[in-house]
Structures are given as structure tokens and as C-alpha cells.
Design a binder for this molecule. Structure first.
Ligand code: GLY
Length: 351
């Protein structure tokens, strides 16, 4: 269920060895309601998949790279320009959730319009140079704003636009990121920015982990699924024909910047996939959140801004707690894989 929208490469799941730890024992009535609600969302995902729901907002243009040349080095204003601070204050920053990992603790910002306002992005891209990596569906929608924001803050920016989709979550495509970084002579002080859904976030995170033995990166998730799950917690990877996410690293970002305005352009099928991930937290860990979901499902499906933001915040809080307790999935974190096994099996079955 949970991974239906993420494509069709799967054979082995990235799970830990330990059994899941369920944190509470729900009543049988609650279990029935949870199963019903989950089934509805799963059915939506599966039906969309089976019907070949077309989610493309732009034609597939193959691998391409924008920002044809590597711009000359400029000085970077370390401080955020006052105009941006003012703009940031005007934006609707609804909440911040910290992922508590000692000296690697980082914030998840959740708000409407954060990408355009830019102050928070610049706060965590402290390098002179940045490489923004996106795909050919998200790029036409949000790449220009992201690049402009960084350039306005004095950051020299290069870009890579990858083909969209799980089928491209491969070592070969990841090499395009590394080759762009090398061609542009980016050194270890640069920052990678992942602008897109789960595939982009996972690949950019892994590229950041291995480029020159590790550079900083910022997650800017643009799908609901990435906002509430994959962009948080530092799991990075590419697929291999013998297994999904089999080549990767645990590597945490500097920050996760969630601009809920990007959800307005999200296809329905992707929204359903993200809602399934949200339900997961209710099922495995947070009964009160599950009750809240039952009362607010209509608002979620209608993309009501306040409802979606609250669901993202509570999901991120749940995920942050699990990651802080078990970053490398020795036990508890395996509970977050709930549904992925079914999803991968369905993907494999439906192609
Ligand atoms: N997506 C499951 C995890 O991050 O552990």
C-alpha cells in the first residue's frame, strides 16, 4: 500500500532484523476502524495504479542539466538579507519539529510559502556554492524559485534535472549528480539541495553522503509522502536489480524544509499515497492521531491547508521520535516499514 506510487522496482525490502515494537494495544473496534480506513486508502492507491493514472505534469524530457555552465565563484553573504528575514516573518511558518540526534540535530520546518520566502533555506545553505537537484516534473514548477532564492542570498548555484520515477533511482542516474558536481568543481564545502519527492531525496542524500566523503544537504520534499516519511530520518539509497534501496547510507540532512504550498500541484494519486503514510503513524504509534485522522479525513482529501499542515506536523513528530530513538533501525524504526512489504509486492505484481 504505502509504496504503490513509488514505482515498480522491488524484490527485497530495507528492513532491520528485529521485530516491530507496537507501542500500544488498540481496542478491537479501533482495529476494525483502522483496517477499514487503511483499506480505503490502499484501494485508492491500487486502483489508481491499475488504471494507469496519468500523473505527468510535464513530458518526460530525459536526463538534462540546467544552468549550462558552472558560474564563476562569488562571495556569499553569510547573513540572511534583511529583506528575506522580513519576508520570512510574513510567511506562514506554522511549526518546527526537531530531529534530536545530539550534535547532528536538525529542524523540520513546516509552512506555507517557505520556498519562495527563502530565509529558512538560506539559513541552512551556509556554503558559497550549492547544487540543486530535482526531476523533470518538479523542476518546471519549483526549480526557478529555489535557484532565485539561493542566488538572492549570494549563493552560487548549479542545477541537475533528472528523469522522474522510481525506475531512475539507480547508480547510473546518481552518477549524473556526482559528475555534475565534479564538472563544476564543487568542493567539500558545498551544499546539495534535494528538491522533489522520495526518489530525489533518497538519491541526493546518498550522493551527498559519498561526494568527496560527504557534503551537507538540505531536503526540500514536494510530495506528501516525502514530507511525512522519506525526507526525514536520513535513509538514503538507490535501488539495485536484486533489491530496493540496497545501496545506500544513513546520512542526515542539515534541515528539512516543507513548503505545504507545493502540495497544490500534487496529483491525487500521490496525495493518497502520502495520506497512507500518515495513517501509518496512527496505526503503529499514535492512537490519538488516528482518531484525529478519522475526524479530518475529508479535509485531508480536499487539501485543506491547515488540516494538511497539522497532519504533516504530527507525522513528523512521530517520525522524529522514532528516528531519535533508533536512527539505524536496530529495532523500533522497523515499525515504520509497515505496509511497505505489501506495497512492494503489489508494485511487482502490477508492474
Ligand atoms: N521509511 C521508513 C524509515 O524511514 O524508517
Amino acid at each position: 500500500m504505502l509504496a504503490v506510487s513509488r514505482g515498480s522496482v522491488s524484490a527485497v525490502e530495507d528492513r532491520g532484523d528485529s521485530p516491530p515494537h507496537f507501542c500500544e494495544r488498540p481496542s478491537s473496534a479501533m482495529v476494525q476502524r483502522r483496517v477499514l480506513l487503511t483499506s480505503v486508502v490502499a484501494s485508492t492507491c491500487i486502483l489508481n495504479k491499475a488504471a494507469g493514472f496519468v500523473v505527468a505534469a510535464a513530458p518526460n524530457r530525459g536526463v538534462q542539466s540546467r544552468g549550462a555552465s558552472c558560474a564563476a565563484t562569488r562571495s556569499h553573504a553569510a547573513a540572511i538579507p534583511m529583506s528575506m528575514v522580513a519576508s520570512m516573518e510574513k510567511s506562514k511558518l506554522l511549526s518546527t519539529v526537531d530531529v534530536d540526534l545530539g550534535d547532528r540535530t536538525y529542524p523540520i520546518y513546516i509552512g506555507e510559502g517557505l520556498l519562495k520566502d527563502g530565509g529558512l533555506l538560506l539559513k541552512h545553505v551556509t556554503s558559497k556554492r550549492a547544487l540543486v537537484i530535482t526531476n523533470d516534473r518538479v523542476g518546471p514548477l519549483y526549480l526557478d524559485d529555489t535557484v532565485q532564492t539561493l542566488r538572492d542570498g549570494g549563493v552560487e548555484v548549479d542545477t541537475v534535472v533528472l528523469p522522474d520515477g522510481e525506475a531512475h533511482k539507480t547508480m547510473d542516474v546518481l552518477m549524473l549528480i556526482l559528475e555534475k558536481a565534479l564538472t563544476c568543481r564543487l568542493d567539500r564545502s558545498c551544499t546539495f539541495v534535494a528538491l522533489g519527492g522520495g526518489v530525489i531525496g533518497d538519491m541526493v542524500g546518498f550522493a551527498a553522503a559519498i561526494y568527496q566523503r560527504g557534503v551537507k544537504f538540505v531536503q526540500v520534499p514536494t510530495t506528501l509522502m516525502a514530507m511525512v516519511d522519506s525526507a526525514v530520518g536520513g535513509k538514503t539509497a538507490v535501488n539495485h536489480p536484486l533489491g530496493k534501496n540496497m545501496i545506500g547510507a544513513f546520512y542526515q540532512p542539515q534541515a528539512v524544509l516543507i513548503d505545504t504550498a507545493t502540495l497544490r500541484t500534487l496529483p491525487d494519486r500521490e496525495l493518497a499515497s502520502g495520506i497512507a503514510e500518515i495513517i501509518k503513524y496512527g496505526l503503529i504509534k499514535d492512537a490519538a492521531f488516528f482518531e484525529w485522522q478519522e475526524q479530518h479525513m475529508a479535509g485531508l482529501l480536499e487539501r485543506d491547508a491547515a488540516t494538511v499542515s497539522e497532519a504533516v506536523r504530527r507525522s513528523c513528530e512521530n517520525k522524529a521520535l522514532v528516528v531519535a530513538a533508533d536512527e539505524k533501525e536496530a529495532g523500533l524504526r522497523a515499525t515504520l516499514n509497515l505496509g511497505h512489504t505489501f506495497g512492494h509486492a503489489i508494485e511487482t505484481g502490477l508492474g
